[in-house]
Every structure is written in C-alpha cells, then in structure tokens.
Design a protein around this ligand. Structure first.
Ligand SMILES: [Zn+2]
Length: 386
C-alpha cells in the first residue's frame, strides 16, 4: 500500500531548504518568506531583536501574581517528563517566581532507564508530582495502530501527554498550565500563536490528532473505556475551570542548551553517555525507547530526520553554522534506530518485515528515488544548488 504523503500533510511537491537553517518546506505547516527563510528562523531573529525580555518577564510576574493562591492549593500545572525543558520551567516557577506547582508526567510508551533516573532526580529536587500511567496493553495496541496507520508510533503518547495536564488542571482546580516552548512557533509551524503567550484549547485537535478522530481507534478494536485516559476532559469542564495554557518560552528567552545547563545544576539532570541515534545530541528526548522511530518516520515521510531538527534549532540559536549543520545532517539523519529495535518489535507485536512495509509505504516519490534497490533522497540538502 502506498500512502499519499503530499496530500495527507498538504506538502509542496518541490522540496526547498531554508536559506538560514537546515529545515525544508516539507515540515508540515511551516512557511517560508520571499527570501527563502523559514518561519522558525524569522521567529528566532524576532526573539533576539524584536522582544523586550524585561517587559516579558514583568508579564510573567503579573501572570504568577494573578494565579498564586497562597492557600496551600496548587497554582500551576507543569507538564514535565524529567527532561531538561519541563524541569527547567517547573524549577524556575517554584524557586524563582515563588509558585506552588504540581508537576505532572504522562508515562513514556516504554521508558528508558536514564529517563526514569532523570525524572526521579527532578522530583527529588523538590516537587509534588503525579505520574499518569495508562494500561500498557492498550498502549501497546494503540502504538501498533498508530505506527501502522499513521506512520507514527508516538501518536498515543502525544494524545496522553496533551490531555493529561488538562485532566489534572480540572481535577485539582488549577487554572494555569505552563508549557515550555511553543513547538509550532519555535520549530516551524502554525504562527498564529507566535505573538501571544497562550494557546486556544480548541487547537488541540488540529495540531495533535493528525486529522483522526477518536472514533477511528474504536473502529480498530480499542474500546471507548480503553481510550478514555488518552482523551481530553469534556470541553465544558475545561472551560468551567477557566483553564489557560501558557508557554514559558513567550516570557523568557528559550534556549534548550541553557535549559540543559540549568537542569544539570539544579534538578540532577544527566545527559546520555552516548549520542542519540539519528543525531549527534546527548541531552534531548532521552526518556522513551520508542521515540527514535518517531524521528525515523519523519525522516522517511518528510526527509526531515532528527539531525535536521537538532541542527535547525542550533543554527537558529547561534550554536553552530549552517555548513556544520549540513554536514551533521548528511552524517546522521538517515541512521536507523537499531538500539531499541528489538524492544520496538516486541512492544508493537510486529515483525521486521511489517515494519519495513510500513516504512516503504510512506516513501513519497517527491522525496525518494529507488536506484537498483537502494533508496535515495532525491534532493538532499548537501546537494543543494543555490
Ligand atoms: Zn530556517
């Protein structure tokens, strides 16, 4: 079976790369300006030159004052996996801005040892914490379905990760949810929330459900009761709670590498001893054995692998040059996530042949060519002619 990637993700058929970073116009929802520069690079430039960060911090202090309860109840929910970003936000809110946060974690599909250690160290640095763990049998089945039908095994996790903080907000009578960065804005996507701190709750379906309603899963043998922990609370409950979702990256200059340094010092965060597969970095996305397959499928569908994403961020943050980025993409983007492949096959109850069939079904002709049985990117960034 062949998927229509172009149509499904509404992609342009002519692959073009940003003049400043390594991302291409194949990233869903990204836009390019008339100079061939992507929306994420323009936003990074705006962050550096167009924002008065002192005023933004004052806005944050006002927000904290508005939500601070002083009666012992929690006043902010911070979604946090124990990784560097959520841990940084939670720690800053508690220790710098005097909030009483409840840290919440939606369990990884299949946790890594290091991820669990980092979460424990984060909690030990002084937090009340709730872990949401859905039925692993259901999770495994959902992961299989998401991989097979959506080409992304990570979807069930994203469902839960998005909705669990909303459940906790409603249940604990907390009005403020504070995320780290707004990925749509920082990394390229829908820019409508770029210049304000909040996200509409209604946006969830559009951004995180890949156009598939929950009914799709019911049709594939997952009962409504099984699906419930992954789903959003009732919309009226969210509204009646006056729930607001904010992004810390709107208020404070967002720099993932600085977050890493901060967490190494304050929350006991440990990076990986070796680089993650598909990239060169050691400190991002370390908690889940499955996430390498999420990045790999992104490489297959869009030609945008993990090294492309990482280099694009670091170029925008001024950590590496574009040429260095291109070299890293060439070296690492194509790397298959071998390390946990056996665990992935077991977890999804799927064979290696089935995995390869799914992968090949997502190879679009506008991204890939097959030369004597070898798949090649039609237009890799290192062959680009300017
Ligand atoms: Zn760019």
């Amino acid at each position: 079976m062949k998927r229509n990637v172009l149509e499904q993700y509404k992609l342009p058929s002519d692959v073009r790369f940003c003049k400043k970073c390594t991302v291409s116009n194949q990233r869903p929802r990204i836009s390019f300006d008339e100079h061939g520069v992507c929306s994420a690079c323009n936003y990074a430039e705006y962050k550096r030159t167009g924002v008065n960060w002192k005023e933004r911090e004052d806005e944050l202090i006002d927000l904290c004052n508005k939500h601070r309860k002083l009666n012992g109840e929690y006043d902010v929910i911070v979604p946090c996996s124990g990784g560097k970003d959520g841990s940084y936000v939670a720690h800053m809110l508690k220790y710098k801005y005097g909030m009483n946060p409840l840290a919440v974690t939606w369990a990884p599909l299949k946790a890594t040892e290091l991820g669990r250690r980092n979460l424990d160290a984060f909690i030990a640095s002084g937090f009340n914490h709730i872990l949401g763990t859905p039925d692993p049998m259901v999770t495994r089945k959902l992961t299989n379905l998401a991989f097979t039908h959506l080409g992304d095994p990570f979807q069930p996790f994203i469902y839960g990760q998005t909705n669990f903080p909303l459940h906790m907000a409603v249940k604990h009578n907390v009005q403020l949810i504070m995320y780290g960065e707004n990925g749509e804005v920082e990394y390229g996507g829908n820019m409508k929330n770029a210049f304000r701190p909040t996200r509409d709750i209604e946006d969830h379906d559009e951004h995180y459900f890949s156009g598939l309603p929950p009914e799709f899963w019911v049709e594939h043998g997952i009962s409504e009761a099984n699906l419930k922990p992954f789903m959003s609370p009732r919309f009226e409950d969210i509204q009646n709670n006056n729930t607001e979702i904010h992004f810390f990256g709107y208020y404070k200059f967002w720099d993932p590498q600085e977050n890493y340094y901060y967490c190494r010092e304050h929350t006991g965060f440990t990076p990986n001893s070796e680089r993650s597969e598909g990239t060169y970095s050691k400190y991002a996305s370390l908690d889940d054995q499955i996430d390498g397959f999420h990045y790999y499928l992104s490489y297959i569908k869009f030609g945008i692998g993990r090294a492309t994403s990482d280099t694009a961020h670091e170029i925008r943050d001024g950590k590496i040059s574009r040429d260095e980025g291109v070299a890293l993409v060439k070296r690492y983007d194509h790397e298959f996530p071998r390390k946990y492949f056996k665990e992935f096959l077991d977890f999804c109850s799927i064979t290696e042949d089935q995995v390869n069939q799914v992968i090949d079904s997502w190879r679009s002709d506008h991204i890939w060519s097959n030369e004597s049985g070898v798949w090649k990117l039609r237009k890799p960034i290192w062959d680009e002619v300017n």
